[in-house]
Design a protein around this ligand. Structure first.
Ligand code: ZN
Length: 402
């Protein structure tokens, strides 16, 4: 048993505690959270280890593509989504040893950066060996797409089904599901295959409303997506626009019984949020990947709109094709810098318990509560002196304790 204390403890699911003490057993499980201000407080027999700053549970990264880690720095910034996607699709050929080494390195880096669990998009099996032995708990979202070509759905599904079968799942303490890539890349028959393969209480995810052209395709049927499709030998002959944003199309084809994470949502409106929330029967989560949004499109979502709608936000790093590092703290730093009206505690909630709930790992992760094994991090170098005015600034650092 070890005891840890710091000037402030943030259990997340209960208010910050001054000079609180967290007791953790040798398996990483919390056995007590002690509040010195409580009338029933008794000091532990062993003196607690003292840390600077605040103590929080491990971070949850709800959107990543670990298998793309070898592409770090390959796509230039600010090119907008479609040229970026062409880069990613055309640059994937790399020696297998380099791919494997990058996956191993960045899995270890994420753990060091305090990340406890990852919702990870995969199109291949490259990450499976690392996920089986990693300290990080993975939810593998095996992503399928056929560029909205119904005649390609069967072949596409067969290929990705092999990836699904081979990905690390419950046997390794992980989880997996089949997911559609984005509203503009999945045909109706492929949606049906995906929905049929997920026959339990899975979480699924979808890249959503990341660029103006995406909504334009569904609103009017034209725009920059037409040459994009043509470039991949795909036609839109069978496609008719719905006169609404892309999320409305996705809601017609996804399974409302699945817990669903919409990712990016840079252009999602209050109406889109409200419609999705009313549609979902088992929880809707909104993952934001601010550094990737800035990397690709120089644009961030309007977080105030999501907050006004009571939406549950989570945080993701996306991949190293569109980010400088895989660190949840760096995402929070970006949000604090560009939308500084967001309270510190709100950001911590997004990055911990909300993410754990989205991945259905909240029985173990996401908050400092007795019985959970959520990891323990020290955040140091915060701006401000107390919970009333703490802020993540340029000097804020994360250190993994457990
Ligand atoms: Zn992504």
């Amino acid at each position: 048993m070890t005891y840890h204390t710091a000037p402030w403890i943030y259990p997340i699911t209960s208010p910050p505690m001054k000079d609180g003490i967290v007791a953790i057993d040798d398996k990483g499980r919390i056995t007590a959270v002690l509040d010195p201000a409580s009338p029933t407080f008794t000091a532990p027999a062993t003196a607690p280890e003292k840390h600077d700053g605040i103590l929080i549970p491990g971070f949850i990264n709800t959107h990543c593509h670990l298998e793309l880690s070898h592409l770090v720095g390959k796509s230039q910034t600010g090119k907008t989504l479609l040229p970026f996607l062409i880069d990613v699709i055309s640059m994937r050929e790399t020696a297998q040893e380099a791919i494997d080494a990058a996956i191993e390195k960045h899995d270890a880096y994420m753990w060091e950066q305090g990340i406890q669990a990852v919702g990870d998009i995969c199109n291949k099996l490259d990450t499976a060996p690392v996920k089986k032995k990693s300290n990080i708990r993975y939810y593998s979202f095996v992503e399928m797409f056929d560029f909205m070509q119904p005649d390609r759905a069967e072949a596409s599904y067969d290929g990705y089904k092999t990836v699904y079968d081979g990905q690390s799942g419950a046997l390794d303490g992980n989880a997996k599901s089949a997911v559609p890539h984005a509203p503009y890349t999945v045909s109706n028959p492929l949606y049906e295959h995906i929905n049929a393969l997920n026959d339990g209480n899975e979480t699924v995810s979808l890249h959503n409303q990341e660029t103006i052209a995406e909504d334009q395709l569904f609103l009017t049927g034209d725009g920059d997506f037409l040459p994009f499709f043509k470039g991949f030998g795909a036609t839109l002959d069978h496609f008719s626009p719905i006169g609404k944003g892309s999320i409305f199309h996705a809601l017609e084809h996804m399974d409302p019984a699945k817990r669903t994470i919409f990712v990016h949502n840079t252009l999602t409106t209050a109406e889109g949020i409200r419609t999705a929330e009313a549609w979902g029967q088992n929880g809707i989560f909104w993952a934001t990947c601010p550094n990737a949004n800035l990397y690709i499109e120089n644009r961030l979502p309007r977080y105030d709109v999501f907050i006004a709608e009571g939406a549950k936000m989570t945080v993701g790093t996306d991949s190293l094709t569109s980010n400088w590092q895989l660190s949840i703290l760096e995402e929070l730093r970006t949000i604090s810098r560009f939308q500084s009206y967001l309270p510190f505690e709100t950001l911590l909630t997004w990055a911990t318990i909300n993410g754990a709930e989205a991945l259905q790992f909240d029985d173990e992760l996401g908050s400092l509560e007795v019985g959970k094994a959520p990891g323990l991090l020290a955040l140091t170098g915060l701006e401000g002196r107390s919970p009333e005015d703490f802020r993540i600034g340029a000097g804020t650092r994360v250190q993994r304790i457990v």
